[in-house]
Design a protein around this ligand. Sequence first.
Ligand code: SF4
Ligand code: SF4
Length: 314
Amino acid sequence: MDAQFQPLDSGKFRDPFTTAKGDARATVALRSLDTLWFNTGTLCNLTCRNCYIESSPRNDLLAYLTREDVREYLDEIARDGLPTRLIGFTGGEPFMNRDIIGMLHDVLSRGFDALVLTNAMKPMRKLRPQLLELHNVYGARLRIRVSLDHHVPEVHETERGRRTWAPTIDGLLWLARSGFAIDVAGRRFSGEPEADLRAGFARLFAELGLPIDAMDPVRLMLFPEMDVQRDVPEITTACWGILHKSPDDVMCASARMVVKRKGADAPAVLACTLLAYDRQFELGRTLAEAARPVSLNHPYCASFCVLGGAACSR
Ligand code: SF4
Ligand code: SF4
């Protein structure tokens, strides 16, 4: 069974409308579809220890999207005049999808910005000439975010496996020297204070000559670990006021993600990038159908998006 399906054994996160204590569960309305993500497929060249989507060279639960699948959603954005500016590609490893260059061409030529999340290893290396062509035409409108879990090679390889450091550094250097707009995504699993992590990455970027400001939370994103078994409070409608947070600030207020499940006839639109396997977050076939509010009925909604380390007293 997939980890994302396993419920906490506490009666929590069972009913989409009501919490275990009988309170009204919080929902998030789609404020505006600023970003549309495409999960190009869960297959990956790596099997990282704690991949949030459990990608590997064998996990094809999310099948490869095709260029035609993506075009259909770009057409819907144009037809309905949606405000979408950014198209993101995630996986798995997006550069393993044979249509990725065509998809990027379609996205960029229609005036969207594009962001690709990658481990910058062999699948990307094979596409260097095609990526350079895109970069030469579209410049910084094509951004590449490279996953580098930690600034110390041995710690990075604890998560990603042996011999994963050097190829990723090689890919990062190639991107930087070729002038691509690049960001780095790190992880917080080492438990160090954020300031120490950023200082370590800053030293590494300086040594490598990478033009990335490690103190900028967008240029260097540091993601918390996701643990579906950790007991977290449920989010009620009262929590927003208690925590002084706005529902507009969580990802599902401004984004959706398109996936194609293995064996499915057509793609589907999910609430966000974080909950790929839980069917209650599958909102519809089209962007119009998926524009409805999202009920925050998963531990990730609490731990990753709303609480972020704070505690709601309810
Ligand atoms: S490289 Fe990314 S998608 Fe692939 S297994 Fe690692 S964390 Fe998951
Ligand atoms: S995990 Fe929950 S709160 Fe966070 S973006 Fe996804 S649906 Fe929204």
